[in-house]
Design a protein around this ligand. Structure first.
Ligand code: SF4
Ligand code: SF4
Length: 259
């Protein structure tokens, strides 16, 4: 999810969609473009995408990251992004694509669920104020836009079971926006803080060990009810990881983590 400045809104490609605006779209295997959108992509994975994919594939986080992603540092941001590594074939297909379609469909990433809508986080002039904006942006080859089904953004999210994904991505985008400034100091991204933050965002298995197997819960006060939730749910643990990044990297006070 891109961070967008108000002055850039009118220059963005695609049709902006407000709450009740509809767009025409339906995707199905009888279309001539079936699966064309799953090749030669820059498919950025967000932390919740990684969590769901590695679980769906029954891999631990280290193994998933080693086998399936490239870590890149984009211009104007001080936190790395994670890109799904495409297959090494002529059409650079998604590694999860088969002739029958997506083999990880129940755990497919947020971008795939939301496509051909794209979301961005619009940061307004007031500090802390932000809003999610949506654009209908099918590529030229995508035939689904000629189908006779009108949807709002919310209906499309329901249809694709993307609501939780969209919420998790928005929570992450708010953290990611902090990294328009450099928090790392002389140690850089590969220092202790940088490695810790990457782990909290993208390596849920190591982060779980850090929370439960290290002295973390002795050094920091975390309410028992929350600890129970973190043990029971990786999604809650990931949200806790986001809070930990704010606290540990940015010194932003947390009501859930006290020293
Ligand atoms: S290109 Fe569009 S319509 Fe075709 S398979 Fe992909 S999403 Fe569906
Ligand atoms: S994860 Fe599935 S839907 Fe997304 S690009 Fe790969 S094959 Fe296509």
């Amino acid at each position: 999810m891109k961070s967008i400045k108000p002055e850039a809104m009118s220059r963005l490609p695609g049709i902006p969609l407000k709450n009740n605006d509809t767009f025409n779209f339906r995707c199905h295997r009888d279309l001539s473009c079936f699966n064309q959108c799953c090749r030669n992509l820059n498919l950025f994975l967000y932390p919740y995408d990684v969590l769901r994919l590695k679980k769906g594939l029954n891999l631990d986080s280290d193994r998933f990251l080693e086998s399936h992603v490239d870590v890149v540092l984009r211009k104007d941001n001080y936190f790395p992004d994670v890109l799904l590594r495409m297959a090494d074939n002529e059409s650079m297909t998604c590694p999860f694509l088969s002739d029958a379609g997506c083999t990880v469909y129940p755990d497919r990433p947020d971008t795939c669920r939301t496509f051909p809508v794209e979301h961005g986080m619009l940061f307004k002039d007031r500090p802390g104020a932000s809003e999610i904006v949506s654009f209908f942006r099918p590529p030229d080859f995508c035939q689904g836009r000629h189908e006779n089904q009108a949807l709002t953004v919310a209906q499309w999210a329901q249809d694709q079971e993307a609501v939780t994904y969209n919420q998790m991505t928005a929570r992450w985008a708010a953290i990611k926006a902090l990294f328009q400034k450099d928090p790392w100091g002389p140690d850089g991204l590969n220092g202790t803080k940088g490695k810790m933050a990457f782990m909290a965002a993208y390596n849920i298995d190591r982060f779980r060990d850090f929370v439960f197997q290290s002295s973390f819960l002795k050094r920091y006060r975390v309410k028992k009810a929350l600890v129970k939730k973190l043990r029971a749910s990786d999604r809650e643990l990931l949200l806790f990881g986001f809070e930990w990044i704010r606290y540990f990297v940015w010194n932003i006070p947390s009501k859930n983590i006290r020293s």
